[in-house]
Design a protein around this ligand. Structure first.
Ligand code: IMP
Ligand code: MG
Length: 179
């Protein structure tokens, strides 16, 4: 285990199993439809890559990038699109794939923005949810794991761009981000 990690919350195996279950659920709900998936850079990359391979139905892979926390561990509250999808989503079945819902600001903003482009359906899938931290009303359609109010890293999630390539999800030691 990395020395900055206090404890492992989810192992590689637990993540893999849960991603399979989420994919099965999405596949059942979207049966017969083509899905335009939107992975939110950069945190969702690992999850997105694993999820779409488990989906096993026709998909288009798109990416969006929004302003993130930067070096702070608390959101500034402002959301800005840094990179937008290039496909026209009007009339399409869209699935946003995100790493984690915290305050809810990012996904609230993303879903509002994409709905204004008139997709046939719009669903959101998040690997992690921290409901205690919500400041705006938002609920994802698919959630992998509900997590307590601790800062987690690994499997795509970072703190100041570090730890994204850990294979497990770990709780970051508070002393790493408190100074
Ligand atoms: P929200 O807009 O507050 O819901 O924040 C969502 C974004 O904050 C996510 O896409 C993550 O990039 C980041 N985030 C929130 N909590 C954590 C965490 O525990 N670890 C790493 N990133 C986090
Ligand atoms: Mg993110």
């Amino acid at each position: 285990m990395h020395s900055d990690i206090k404890r492992v919350l989810f192992t590689e195996e637990q993540i893999r199993e849960r991603v399979r279950e989420l994919a099965a659920q999405i596949r059942r709900d979207m049966e017969g439809k083509e899905i335009l998936t939107v992975g939110v850079l950069r945190g969702a990359v690992m999850f997105y890559a694993d999820l779409v391979r488990e989906l096993d139905i026709p998909i288009h892979m798109n990416f969006m990038s929004v302003s993130s926390y930067g070096k702070a561990s608390v959101s500034s509250g402002a959301v800005r699109i840094q990179y937008d999808i290039e496909e026209d989503i009007a009339g399409k079945n869209v699935l946003i794939v995100e790493d984690i819902v915290d305050s809810g600001l990012t996904l609230k903003y993303l879903t509002t923005t994409l709905i204004s482009r008139n997709p046939a359906t719009l669903k959101t899938c998040c690997l992690f949810d921290k409901p205690e931290r919500r400041t705006v009303d938002f609920q994802a359609d698919y959630v992998g794991f509900v997590v307590p109010d601790v800062f987690i890293v690994g499997y795509g999630l970072d703190y100041a761009e570090r730890y994204r390539n850990l294979k497990y999800i770990g709780e970051l030691k508070p002393e790493v981000y408190s100074h």
